[in-house]
Design a binder for this molecule. Structure first.
Ligand code: ZN
Length: 275
């Protein structure tokens, strides 16, 4: 009888020990996984291959991507996939933000930031998509797009976004325009994307663009559309549109400005195959 009791007790003890060990192992595993995800989760997300449904969209519509070498295509695809994972897309007055919309909006951001391996406009976590121009209750005006750094939001009219890429050489591209605004903010906001522009080139850009804006204001230059005269930010955004849509003309007419912008963005559309 005593022997039986001892056996049951021993069995119970062994079970408890095993339960304890497995609990400890399980907690250790969960902790290790959490630590790993915190340390490498982002790295892993940045390395994910682009899902085929998005890749099909790029192959169909995105000329910039189609011109890249195969190894640059891979980098471009990973950035697009990461952008889609990292951002929340919000449908406004449309049933949903489709895969096509996500792929092309992400591609627009990646096109602008392609010279930087890590810059992904990380402060801007939400992309709002309207079907067409939308009414802003803040300034009582219709808008095609805007960037709101206080809330980390980029807003786009899908109609204008698409027109920007269909008319590939009119130097108007809403996607690139809004992403360019976001990029300027990103350079100033203290986060992992902070202060990536070369300060020397940024100063040079300020000087050259001030001269150009003055010429536009006194009527001796029609280099960019009038809206670029609004302020420094609009000049930059309009210059980015012209840079990608008419690089040869831009370079021919304002080589110094072109090379400065090319240096800031670390890419040259005229050398696209060599990126
Ligand atoms: Zn603007």
């Amino acid at each position: 009888m005593i022997a039986l009791l001892i056996a049951v007790f021993a069995l119970l003890l062994i079970s408890l020990v095993l339960l304890f060990i497995s609990s400890v192992l399980w907690v250790t595993y969960l902790t290790a996984r959490a630590v790993f995800d915190a340390a490498f989760g982002e790295v892993r997300s940045r390395m994910l291959p682009l899902r085929s449904k998005y890749k099909t969209v790029l192959n169909k519509y995105f000329d910039y991507y189609k011109k890249l070498s195969s190894s640059n295509k891979k980098s471009f695809e990973r950035k697009v996939q990461y952008f889609i994972i990292a951002k929340t897309f919000v449908a406004r007055n449309i049933p949903e933000v489709t895969d096509e919309m996500k792929a092309l909006i992400a591609a627009s951001a990646v096109q602008l930031t392609f010279g930087y391996r890590r810059v992904i406009l990380s402060h801007f976590t939400k992309i709002l998509v309207y079907p067409d121009d939308y009414y802003s209750t803040i300034n009582k005006k219709y808008h095609k797009g805007e960037v709101n750094p206080a809330f980390g939001i980029i807003v786009l009219s899908w109609k204008s976004f698409v027109e920007g890429y269909i008319n590939a050489h009119d130097s108007r591209n809403l996607g690139l325009h809004e992403m360019a605004h976001a990029l300027r903010f990103e350079n100033r906001i203290r986060n992992e994307d902070y202060n990536f522009f070369d300060p020397y080139l940024l100063d040079k850009w300020k000087d050259l663009s001030t001269i150009e804006r003055e010429k536009m204001e006194n009527g001796t230059s029609t280099f960019l559309r009038d809206y670029a005269m609004t302020d420094r930010e609009e000049f930059f955004a309009a210059a980015v549109e012209h840079f990608f849509e008419n690089p040869e003309k831009f370079n021919r007419e304002r080589p110094e400005l072109y090379h400065t912008l090319s240096g800031l963005l670390r890419q040259d559309p005229l050398q696209l195959f060599n990126i």
